[in-house]
Design a protein around this ligand. Sequence first.
Ligand SMILES: [Zn+2]
Length: 468
Amino acid sequence: MKKYYVTTPIYYVNDIPHIGHSCTTLVADVLARYHRQLGEEVFFLTGTDEHGQKVAEEAEKAGVAPIEFCDKITPRFKKAWEELNISFDYFIRTTDDRHKKIVQELLQKIYDQGDIYKDKYEGLYCVGCEKFLTESDLVNEKCPLHPAEKTIKQSEENWFFKLSKYVPRLIDLIENEKTNYIFPKGKRSEVLAKLKAGVRDTSISRANVEWGIPVPWDKTQTVYVWVDALINYYSATRFLKNKKDFWPADLHILGKEILWFHTVIWQAMLLSVGISLPEKTYIHSFYIIDGQKMSKSLGNVISPGRLVEKFGVDGARYLVTSSFPTENDADIGISRFVEKYNADLANNLGNLVSRLAKLAEKNKVEIEKSKSVFYPEVKKALEDSDTGRALSFIWTEKLNRLNAKLNKEKPWTLSPEKAKPVLKECIEKLLEAVFNIKPFMPETAEKIKKVFEGKIKTTKVLFPKIEN
Ligand SMILES: [Zn+2]
């Protein structure tokens, strides 16, 4: 059986789940469900990143041990994903001993390989990112992602990974169409340009951060939280039963703020120990909320809970996946979400279903099993991780046309003999579209199928209109 392995980033346990995490996780979920519908064996991994200075500091503030702190707040993410009906197969936590063991084994191998050496690190560190910054990363001398936080000057002895050694190899892989793993195009060019501009070796350990995995050959240091986190994609396939064959991952999906780790450092580490590289890494852009950056201080952060409350689970899933920011940032807003919900779900799909159900019931139409195939355009869009394009195709090319056909042929004015074939054709086409909609809106798809399966019965309104 064909296998498919998709991952989301493991989210930093301190974060509050918002629409940014949600879009990454939802698109991964759509892809996982799509591949399951194709009959493939799927492994869908998500989880939380729990080590690092920031977690330790927050735990101290709360007056508890770091692990207690993590145990308490990890469920936030699990709960958010359950609310959005995310079908993950496993939720990994980097504080899991089985993960820690594999991190240590892998680093020991890189060390034995001669690719790790001790050096002095001097530079700026953003605790918000848990990341060393270079001068070129700074905007007004601050981390652009954490302008409210200070960057700290640090100088310490660290273990360094010979990243520069693998740069020529990475450039070759990315430049070759057959082996390129970075999508979409713009992100691929961005990484290539940075690689060609010159890359220095990278620190992979910290001297003064206790809350981390000990470096196996030097217990005075812990593994840098980012290196520990990246290894989760691989470690889960080692310590879970029957998951070995899922490596290499088919797709890592992530936001652009963590592009460098996922397209350069991770691959170089794997090259060092001769482990196959993940097939594909898809890097999406950000949401802009009504023309502004999403930020806690502006109070415009959209949470998955709020979306589900307002639009229902499938409504939220539809709105997020249809606005998924691919190559460029996407400007969204709640009032535009309301308009889109009313237009696409309440009016278009919802009305179509109720009109057809009423007419079919009246004219005693019977439907045999519907076709279960994905439209080639939807397949192509999903192979490109472009959920927005897939949905836009289904709505403009399929559902709009079905609505237009109904309006033109007016089966409600026809005799039952003449109305029947028109309705039958429309319902069959609708059910074909519903099969394509299922990875995005699984519950809605099931509800619609039930309406038309066997004896047709009208249903309550699928998507009640929402006041703006
Ligand atoms: Zn930062």
